[in-house]
Design a protein. Structure first.
Length: 252
């Protein structure tokens, strides 16, 4: 009876309002497929240079389903010396991401591989990590933990002990202070289980610029607390040293 008191025009408007969300769902694609490519002045992972001061080419493909499930593959050129003679890095990952109000959470698995990369006694650098993260507006927190040894660190490859269960915790802030301009702040802590002398923290202060059409340029200063004696290779390069990194990337 109460509904009959609403003017006809209002009832039509209400019906349209109910239909719009259903139409929006119908128009949402079941999945998206994106690719990315980029050039960096130096490939840096968790503060450590994997290209020893040289430029690197990078790229990847990402598949995301409307359910929140996603899969991806990403690769970068590297320097062989700190990675057991590896010719590249190829990573495979998959997980689930969803939003609840202003919060977005993300859980998944990440497999690092290094073609031709071997440590002593032919030990592989391949590493599998499980990760979980949460983002609130411009702030992101993430935790990653190895399900096996950390990049081949174990007794067989010449280290003090196995490193299964090594973890990395990080905090990131990405704040858009002007249209198209974003400040990028990062702090992380890597713990190497059973080999604590290799523990380190890393920090980044940078800025990125959205150039439009999928292009983004960035510049960052990165440093770590890694022990120089442990992280300096025969070539004389300290992969843990402070560095400036510039990049230009595009997403299609």
């Amino acid at each position: 009876m109460a509904l009959s008191l609403i003017p006809r025009l209002t009832r039509v408007a209400a019906a349209c309002a109910l239909a719009l969300p259903l139409m929006a769902v119908a128009d949402t694609p079941a999945y998206t497929l994106t690719t990315n490519m980029g050039l960096v002045s130096e490939y840096v992972f968790r503060g450590m240079t994997y290209s020893q001061g040289r430029a690197a080419v990078q790229g990847g493909i990402d598949f995301a389903h409307q359910s929140g499930l996603y899969l991806g593959i990403w690769s970068s050129s590297v320097s062989g010396e700190p990675l057991g003679g590896a010719v590249s890095e190829v990573d495979y990952y998959g997980g689930y991401s969803a939003a609840v109000g202003d919060f977005t959470y993300d859980v998944g698995l990440l497999q690092f591989t290094f073609p031709r990369g071997k440590l002593a006694n032919n030990v592989s650098l391949g590493t599998l990590e499980v990760y979980g993260g949460i983002t609130w507006k411009m702030v992101n927190l993430k935790y990653s933990r190895t399900l096996g040894d950390y990049f081949g660190v174990n007794e067989e490859s010449g280290y003090r002990a196995g490193s299964k269960g090594s973890d990395y915790i990080e905090a990131n802030i990405n704040y858009e202070f002007l249209p198209g301009w974003t400040a990028n702040l990062h702090a992380g802590r890597q713990s190497v289980r059973g080999n604590t002398e290799f523990n380190f923290s890393d920090y980044k202060v940078g800025v990125s610029r959205d150039l439009g059409a999928g292009w983004v340029a960035s510049l960052a200063w990165i440093d770590t607390t890694g022990d120089a004696m442990l992280y300096t290779y025969p070539s004389g390069v300290n992969v843990a040293a402070a560095k400036w990194v510039a990049s230009i990337k595009r997403t299609f």
